[in-house]
Design a protein around this ligand. Structure first.
Ligand SMILES: [Zn+2]
Length: 372
């Protein structure tokens, strides 16, 4: 099975690049509007129809069009062909309307095919524009084929690059297992069936080293040789930390996806994350959001289900056996004791069982009847 997925990133062009991007939007619009104009002049009584100029001819005619990417203009021609095919197709159930002209208030965007751009962790290289800074909040998974990129600008003047990729996936065999996962600081994850993932030691060990290197750097004179050396060391440790974290996340998510068909997981408070000044906690939180993201896309790829439980759901306070609510439970209570049915069990285990139940409830609620 192949899946098409789009990864949208905020990009930060320079002043000059912005001018050029705006010019590209404009030229692409000219190509489109020219095609629409000729299309509208179609006369069924004429034998010889008016033919639109190709983007190459337009570029020859208008010198200012030569400044922008030829591929972007060609892509617009391809888009118009696709539109025409859909317009004249009889098999389409929903007829689409006639093409309309675009102006400055229309969506500002253009597309480039895969040979005309490259992406890495920090930048995207676009034909004719050059290297543009980018914020890679979720990386394109390894093994995916890049198809195209759509560069756009929103009303606030912010620029984006949306990368379309094709991934080949093979459904994993069903195991019939379901699990609820509770997130913790001591245990990275506690599962409702006793499965646990410990917080990896290297998080803490490397953090100490990282902090020390940072302190070291802060004492050096900016621009000095020692400063540069110290800075490189900080960067290296950080890189190492990220790679280790990545490895940990990849291994553990694969393990979960292999073992379980259904995974209920506690939502993480994003607001809480931003407020956090504690390095250890913030790194653990970052690891968790990365973990959740990876788990979710792997579930989609391999035909498994991951369901997030609302962060306001009182997973720790409910008795997983009878549903009694322990309103006075404090953070220091490591064992959950039910005063209604007498259940006594580990606090996180109890929470993870509630998370599984709640996730199953949410999942059946969002599923439409036809899907069973
Ligand atoms: Zn109970």
């Amino acid at each position: 099975m192949t899946t098409l997925k789009a990864y949208k990133y905020r990009i930060y062009p320079t002043k000059t690049q912005k001018v050029l991007l705006n010019k590209t939007f404009g030229c692409v619009r000219v190509v489109w509007n020219h095609l629409v104009e000729v299309f509208n002049q179609f006369d069924r009584n004429q034998i010889e129809q008016l033919q639109p100029l190709t983007s190459t001819q337009l570029r020859q005619k208008f010198e200012w069009m030569r400044e922008v990417s030829a591929a972007a203009l060609q892509q617009k021609e391809i888009d118009f062909k696709t539109f025409k095919k859909a317009y004249f197709s009889n098999s389409r159930k929903n007829k689409i309307g006639r093409p309309s002209f675009k102006n400055r208030d229309s969506r500002q965007s253009y597309r480039l095919p895969n040979q005309k751009f490259t992406v890495n962790e920090k930048t995207i290289r676009l034909e004719k524009i050059g290297t543009v800074k980018l914020v890679l909040d979720r990386a394109v998974p390894v093994g995916c084929k890049l198809l195209s990129v759509t560069v756009s600008k929103n009303k606030c003047g912010q620029f984006f690059a949306s990368v379309l990729v094709e991934c080949i996936t093979i459904q994993k065999p069903k195991t019939g297992n379901r699990i609820g996962l509770d997130i913790g600081l001591k245990m990275f994850l506690t599962g409702s069936d006793g499965f646990t993932i410990e917080n990896p030691k290297f998080f803490r060990e490397n953090q100490a080293e990282f902090k020390q290197a940072q302190r070291h750097l802060s004492r050096k004179k900016k621009g000095s040789v020692r400063y540069k050396k110290a800075k490189l060391r900080v960067a290296k440790i950080y890189n190492y930390l990220v790679n280790q974290r990545q490895h940990f996340i990849q291994t553990k998510t694969t393990e979960l996806i292999n073992c379980y068909d259904f995974i209920g997981i506690e939502d993480l408070s994003v607001a809480g994350m931003l407020k956090n000044h504690n390095l250890a906690k913030s790194i653990a939180d970052a690891a968790f959001s990365e973990f959740y993201r990876t788990l979710s896309y792997k579930a989609v790829w391999y035909g498994k289900e991951v369901v997030k439980v609302d962060r306001w759901f009182p997973s720790s306070k409910l008795c997983s056996d009878c549903g009694w609510k322990h309103d006075n439970l404090t953070l220091s209570d490591r064992v959950f004791e039910c005063l209604a049915c007498g259940l006594k069990q580990d606090r996180d285990l109890n929470a993870s069982k509630n998370i599984l139940q709640e996730a199953l409830r949410v999942s059946s609620a969002i599923r439409t009847p036809s899907e069973g």
